[in-house]
Design a protein around this ligand. Structure first.
Ligand SMILES: Nc1nc2c(ncn2[C@@H]2O[C@H](COP(=O)(O)OP(=O)(O)O)[C@@H](O)[C@H]2O)c(=O)[nH]1
Ligand SMILES: [Mg+2]
Length: 330
């Protein structure tokens, strides 16, 4: 394990690949603990949107542009809808082939092997591995499907929501409810009919959106007190709506400068530190809840829950008292 971590930190690609596999199989806890002090340097970009909007093509172009500027890029392609060796991910590999062979780029595909919660965890841990490996930028591509995306993207610093005209009348991001997580909106396939319709629909939705909603950036309601909130007069970020033709590399430079501006905004307003504190707290409490539950489940006789359910159902016991009874196993 120590060898793998040492290998990763000195740029060994095989160590990187093996650590990602460990993490994906939920066997990476010891390595992740070793790696953690080396994380926190990469800028993490989430790219999400409906299938076929051109996310992979855009990621490919954004990566090429970062590489031209001397930055290294790690890419995680998450597709919960496809089996591990599935078509979509294979397609992504082919589409991203002009990046292969570049030692400054590392691409990893991940698909669900169980529940989506597991995928969100594996993605977060894989990001940490790439971060510790020293990539300047880590890009996570996910297929927009609602709340699961929100969970997966919660690790990103800058979230790009990709839209495209001609996928039907509806603007897909609005339909999927992922507009509120966007820091940058990209209408790709701007070479197609209906671009203006899509741009206008997005503009309208953004104007309707409450500024207050945007402040609770990717946040989640917590049972305990949240870390300090940004001051009421903190500058608000207005997500820009950009147009690209990713297939031709058009508009990609604007996407990079929007990412830079968003980063500068988060850093200078102090919101980056607040955002990180909020996410760390969420992760800590999530892990605590999981650990406590696991501990209780291990300690109690096998059919305790079934027995309690029966008693609650027959009104011999109320749910609150049942929890008190379970807590005694701690
Ligand atoms: N016309 C047009 N097609 C594009 C553009 N960008 C990507 N595509 C095509 O759209 C299809 C889906 O692209 P892909 O990147 O796989 O989309 P993803 O599913 O969102 O990752 C591919 O056939 C791309 O070649 C674009 O700007 N204009
Ligand atoms: Mg894709």
């Amino acid at each position: 394990m120590i060898d793998l971590v040492a290998g990763l930190l000195t740029g060994n690609r095989r160590a990187l690949a093996r650590l990602l596999t460990l993490v994906e199989n939920d066997q990476g806890d010891a390595a992740l603990a070793e790696l953690y002090p080396h994380t926190g340097k990469a800028w993490i970009i989430g790219v999400t949107g409906a299938p076929g909007t051109g996310k992979s093509t855009l990621v490919n172009e954004v990566t090429k542009t970062y590489r031209a500027g001397g930055k290294t890029v790690g890419i995680i392609a998450v597709d919960p809808t496809s089996p591990f060796s599935g078509g979509a991910i294979l397609g992504d590999r082919i589409r991203m082939r002009d990046l292969s062979g570049d030692p400054g780029v590392f691409i990893r595909s991940m698909a669900t092997r169980g529940n989506l919660g597991g995928l969100a965890r594996a993605t977060r841990d894989a990001i940490r591995v790439l971060d510790a490996a020293g990539f300047d930028v880590v890009i996570v591509e996910t297929v927009g499907a609602g709340q699961n995306e929100v969970d997966i993207v919660r690790t990103a610093h800058t979230t790009i929501v990709v839209e495209a005209p001609g996928l039907g009348d509806d603007v897909q991001a609005i339909k999927a409810g992922i507009l509120e997580i966007a820091d940058v909106l990209v209408v790709n396939k701007a070479d197609r009919h209906g671009v203006n319709h899509t741009v206008n629909a997005l503009k309208m939705m953004l104007e309707l959106g409450h500024p207050a909603d945007k402040m609770s950036h990717h946040g989640r309601t917590l049972a305990v007190q949240t870390p300090a909130q940004p001051p009421a007069n903190a500058p608000l970020w207005q997500p820009p709506i950009l147009q690209t033709v990713a297939a031709e590399g058009k508009g990609v430079a604007d996407v990079l400068s929007a990412i830079d501006q968003h980063r500068a905004h988060l850093e200078h307003s102090g919101q980056l530190a607040l955002l990180e504190a909020e996410r760390i707290q969420t992760e800590l409490l999530d892990r605590l809840r999981d650990a406590l539950l696991a501990k209780i489940v291990r300690a109690m006789p096998p059919d305790t829950v079934a027995e309690l359910v029966k008693q609650i159902q027959t009104r011999q016991l109320d749910p609150h008292s049942a929890v008190d009874a379970l807590l005694r196993f701690l």
